[in-house]
Design a protein around this ligand. Structure first.
Ligand code: BGC
Length: 282
């Protein structure tokens, strides 16, 4: 039987070693989807987590409650990552509450899809300002804090870690999504340039590039059996990704186990980057 959206089982509950004990993480866009799973994963690995959200405090508070009821520490903080003063306030609150920040997961992102000729400037600017400018603003505040504190080897051998959530569309062009693909293409060079610039300060910067992950952003790509079958044509591993697939990689990238990994994109995509269209063509 071929897999469908109904028959594919979700991943078993991930188990985490407490490799991030004593660390503080800011996760942007953490009230749903990949950001939520990453926040829960980092907390399960021992980090105190700042659950940033841009709207809808209830969902963010639920993430906080879940972390606290498992014995962790978390706060929800409202901030639009595209707004400089709100990002500065986000980090001010994080540092005031938990003392410092060791990990930034630059996750907040959105899509405003349109054919190129129909795309409004507002659709273009909204996507670029959240997905790219937002990553710059948050990374800048995080790097400032990492530089102020420097390395504390009892906590981590790095002064800080920045993880940019990118996409397979940092490489794969995507018709009808010029704004989104351009924003993720921008994330690659932002990430690599920050990594080159900050490495001597013992700050590591890497990206995770998810493929198709089961989240609200792409619900139309997986919520009917027909859509799911179509999606699987793009995924050699023949299952959609789950948010926990990304969370487990984020925990590793944030931990000292990946200390020599710097300036790289880790594709977590079930092989979407393998040009599956060439399996029986070309
Ligand atoms: C997009 C999803 C899409 C996936 C694979 C992601 O970056 O946000 O909507 O399903 O890439 O195309």
């Amino acid at each position: 039987m071929s897999p469908s959206s109904k028959t594919v089982s979700r991943l078993p509950q991930a188990t985490y070693q407490r490799v991030l004990a004593g660390q503080v993480a800011v996760v942007t866009g953490a009230s749903s989807g990949i950001g939520k799973a990453v926040a829960l994963g980092l907390a399960a690995a021992g980090a105190s987590v700042v659950v940033n959200y841009a709207s809808g405090s209830t969902a963010a508070e639920e993430v906080v409650d879940k972390i606290e009821s498992s014995g962790g520490r978390a706060i929800a903080v409202l901030a639009d990552v595209a707004k400089e003063t709100e990002v500065q306030d986000l980090f001010r609150v994080a540092i005031k509450t938990f003392g410092t920040v060791h990990i930034l997961v630059n996750n907040a992102g959105l899509q405003r899809d349109a054919a190129l000729v129909d795309m409004t400037l507002d659709q273009w600017n909204t996507v670029l300002s959240v997905n790219l400018t937002g990553q710059f603003l948050c990374a800048r505040e995080a790097a400032r804090e990492f530089m102020r504190r420097e390395v504390d080897r009892r906590i981590s051998v790095a002064a800080g870690k920045i993880i940019c959530i990118s996409s397979v569309h940092e490489m794969i062009p995507w018709a009808g999504h010029a704004n989104y693909a351009a924003s993720k293409g921008g994330v690659v060079m932002l990430m690599k340039t920050m990594a080159q610039e900050l490495a001597p300060l013992r700050i590591r910067v890497n990206s995770i590039a998810p493929g198709a992950i089961r989240t609200p952003i792409n619900v139309g790509a997986w919520d009917t059996p027909q859509a799911y079958q179509n999606l699987l044509k793009l995924i050699p591993y023949k299952r959609i990704g789950e948010p926990e697939d990304i969370a487990q990689v984020a925990v590793w990238l944030a931990s000292d186990a990946s200390d020599y990994v710097n300036g790289t994109t880790l594709f977590v995509d079930g092989g979407m980057m393998l040009y599956p269209g060439f399996v029986d063509n070309g």
